[in-house]
Write a protein that binds this ligand. Structure first.
Ligand SMILES: *Cc1c(COP(=O)(O)O)cnc(C)c1O
Length: 746
């Protein structure tokens, strides 16, 4: 970027009487003018990342930082009497749900940052993930009209539009390109659906409700819409440059499928090659096998996508036919390899009128990866055990990461400067250098304590303004922020907090260092138990915060509308990161990495990437508790009976508050439903399916241990610093290098 010309133009920009949104658009447009265009892949080979979600967050500050002009813009605006922080009013582009979508955004950032040609493809939703308000403790969902601020970082490419054909509907797919700045300029291409009211619905909402047939069809349309637009584009480009023999396609493109949503694109690829480009079926399959790679993100059975044939046939009859044919083709191949009937059945792409998209992905993909060591081991030994026997070379691990540019340099410039002073600036370019910080922990610990306090102060001030809850920066800050799900066990934290409250009231807990528990989470709109947990936490917060006997020592706040911008503040201002999922169920987590990098200790279970976090930063510098995977397996086999655990007074008291009138769910019966999910279960879930009661006591003990340790601020800060110093492994720069080396070969 020509920084001088940009800043000169900015200096000349007339800012009088302009509102924040106008200024945001004009400054962004100016940056776009000088930033340069996305670069095509050099050497001809590129990686394409297909994802239903890109949780990019706010572009303004991050883009200016990547372009190297953030400080310049701050200074010029200050001269004009404008505080750059006014642009915090511009809301996030929340085109994603949580970890999976944020990972996609971090990957794009890192690829550009280290010079890997990676292009993102997805959907330009009119409305992103709903905005959450809390009303009387309940979650309220409001539409997220992110485009009302304008979209100055995107360029509409009308002339690259294409038609997507469903049996009953033709849709125009119009690409919008968002540059991704770094060492090179890549791009995120998001397709918007146009042409008719029916067509526009396809890119209207992220994850429209799919509990009806119509909703399911819409979801399938979305998946086909963006994957087929992408496949059409890539095959056309190839055809233009390399002719109609597609046998070299995989030398130019590798297509990474982020979870199963874009897997339908594999069938589209085979359809195009066999119908439009005169390739025979088995050649098309063999090219596909060299082109696609698949990332699995979860082992929860309810999250593994299946499509009824009948449904697919309705709108994509050709695709349904290809998937049936592909399934038969795979069966023949496996039979020839000597697989048993059971093996063939358990890996079936199509069985009894149902398509199994993960099985399709595993069959086709040249590489299948889990997202943390433990997760990959579970894939190998459990979910994809059969596939792993048949194709042992396919399954591999790529532990997730987060971009240290947004999640350290941008969100914590104060800690970043401290690091610069201690070890120089090289770590910003090559994050592995961050480990040098280990050599000067004692020298910088005082400054670190000051930075942590400052970030805490900033966070708590923001929370006071936004949520109306006042918390002293002297408090020890615990945070559990992430999507609300039973397996993430926010309910267990709520129970633990209630136990602390009880202990403080009764005097059973003494010498308690004043602490606050910050929760932030959105629940899927149709997920009743998750919504009940949000209400429960809010009720607990209200009760505890208003109790003058204890509120000088214990507070609880549920922050509303948790999103990327909120996360940037929370990870920097937190002391203790709560990562307490049931062992074996959190594939990786990336929130855990953001906290670590900002110098928080992890209080968590041996799950997902927590295991690697303590491996890197030292178990003694973190707080691990609870049952590990094998213990949970054993307990399940032995017939885990949570009712027996209710003999434990902590568990008993906690569970009782759901039904004894302490809190009210407004007559909905939701709290009783939660109670029953823990104590008696349902036909689709065993009681306490997520082992909340099993781990509760050790969780409470661990919190008390942390609380006691914190009274020695110096040694606690050393633990925190060691986490930051050993976090470079969790930069997505490292993850992208591994993908580029082992899978993409770019
Ligand atoms: C990082 C991030 C997540 C993922 O958090 P986990 O704790 O890994 O589940 C979800 N939402 C937002 C807004 C994030 O920034």
């Amino acid at each position: 970027m020509n920084t001088e010309l940009f800043l000169r133009d900015l200096q000349n920009l007339d800012v009088k009487n302009k509102d924040v949104i106008t200024l945001y658009n004009e400054i962004s447009a100016l940056a776009m003018k000088y930033a340069g265009d996305p670069e095509p892949a050099d050497g001809g080979r590129s990686a394409c990342y297909l994802s239903m979600e890109f949780l990019v967050g706010r572009g303004f500050f991050n883009n200016l930082m990547e372009l190297g002009v953030l400080d310049g813009v701050r200074t010029v605006l200050a001269q004009k009497g404008i505080d750059i922080n006014v642009f915090e009013e511009i809301e996030d582009a929340a085109l994603g749900n949580g970890g999976l979508g944020r990972l996609a955004a971090c990957f794009l950032d890192s690829a550009a940052g280290i010079g890997v040609p990676l292009y993102g493809y997805g959907i330009r939703y009119k409305y992103g993930l709903f905005k959450q308000a809390i009303n009387n403790g309940f979650q309220v969902e409001l539409p997220d009209d992110w485009q009302r601020f304008g979209d100055p970082w995107s360029v509409r490419r009308e002339n690259e539009s294409r038609e997507i054909v469903f049996a009953d509907l033709k849709v125009k797919a119009v690409p919008y390109d968002m540059p991704v700045f770094g060492k090179r300029i890549n791009k995120l291409r998001l397709y918007q659906a146009e042409g008719s009211a029916e067509a526009e619905k396809i890119s209207e909402y992220l994850y429209p409700a799919d509990d009806t047939e119509e909703g399911k069809l819409l979801r399938l349309r979305q998946e086909y819409f963006f994957s087929s637009a992408t496949i059409a584009e890539l095959t056309e480009n190839y055809r233009k440059l390399h002719g109609s023999d597609f046998s070299d396609f995989h030398k130019y493109y590798v297509i990474q499928l982020n979870d199963t949503h874009p897997v339908i694109g594999v069938a589209e690829f085979i359809r195009l090659l066999t119908t439009k480009y005169n390739t025979d079926f088995s050649t098309a399959v063999s090219i596909a096998k060299k082109t696609f790679a698949y990332t699995n993100h979860t082992v929860l059975p309810e999250a593994l996508e299946c499509w009824r044939e009948e449904l697919v046939k309705k709108i994509l009859p050709e695709i349904a036919g290809i998937m049936v044919k592909l399934s038969e083709y795979a069966v023949k191949e496996l039979t020839a390899l000597g697989c048993t009937k059971e093996e063939i059945s358990s890996t079936a792409i199509y069985k009894n009128g149902i398509f199994y998209m993960a099985n399709l992905a595993v069959y086709i993909a040249k590489a299948v990866n889990g997202v943390a060591k433990l997760h990959t081991e579970i894939l190998k030994s459990d979910l994809f055990a059969v596939a792993n026997r048949i194709y042992p070379e396919k399954l591999q691990n790529k532990t997730n990461g987060i971009t240290h540019r947004r999640w350290l340099e941008l969100c914590n410039s104060e800690l970043s400067s401290l690091i610069d002073k201690a070890i120089g600036r090289e770590w910003r370019r090559d994050i592995s250098g961050l480990s040098k910080l280990n050599g000067c922990v004692d020298a910088v610990v005082k400054d670190f304590i000051a930075v942590k306090r400052l970030k805490k102060q900033q966070l708590l001030k923001y929370i006071a303004e936004k949520e109306g809850v006042e918390i002293s920066p002297e408090f020890l800050v615990f945070a559990q922020v992430k999507r609300l799900h039973e397996y993430k066990r926010q309910l267990m934290t709520a129970f633990a907090v209630l136990e602390l409250y009880d202990g403080l009231k009764s005097g059973a807990i003494e010498n308690f260092y004043p602490s606050v528990f910050i929760f932030g989470a959105k629940s899927a709109p149709g997920y009743r138990r998750a919504k009940a947990i949000i209400k429960f936490i809010n009720d607990i917060a209200e009760k505890i915060n208003s109790d003058s006997r204890t509120n000088d020592r214990l507070k609880v706040v549920f922050v509303s509308n948790y999103n990327v911008s909120y996360a940037e503040k929370i990870v920097a201002g937190t002391d203790v990161s709560l990562q307490v999922s049931t062992a074996g169920l959190e594939a990786s987590g990336t929130g855990n990495m953001k906290f670590m990098m900002n110098g928080a200790v992890t209080c968590g279970t041996m799950d997902g990437a927590n295991i690697e976090i303590v491996e890197m930063a030292g178990r003694e510098n973190n707080y691990i508790f609870g049952a590990e995977v094998d213990e949970i397996e054993r307990a399940k086999k032995a017939g885990y009976e949570p009712l027996k655990l209710l003999e434990n007074p902590v568990a008993k008291k906690a569970v009782k508050t759901l039904v004894d009138g302490t809190f009210s769910d407004g007559g909905s019966g939701d709290f009783r439903e939660l109670y029953e999910s823990l104590t008696v279960g349902t036909d689709w879930h065993k009681p306490d399916n997520y082992f909340v009661l099993y781990d509760l006591q050790s969780f409470v003990d661990t919190i008390l241990k942390i609380n006691a340790d914190y009274s020695d601020k110096q040694s606690f800060a050393v633990k925190q610093l060691k986490n930051a110093a050993n976090s470079s492994y969790f930069s997505s720069d490292r993850t992208i290098k591994e993908y580029a080396r082992d899978i993409w070969e770019v």
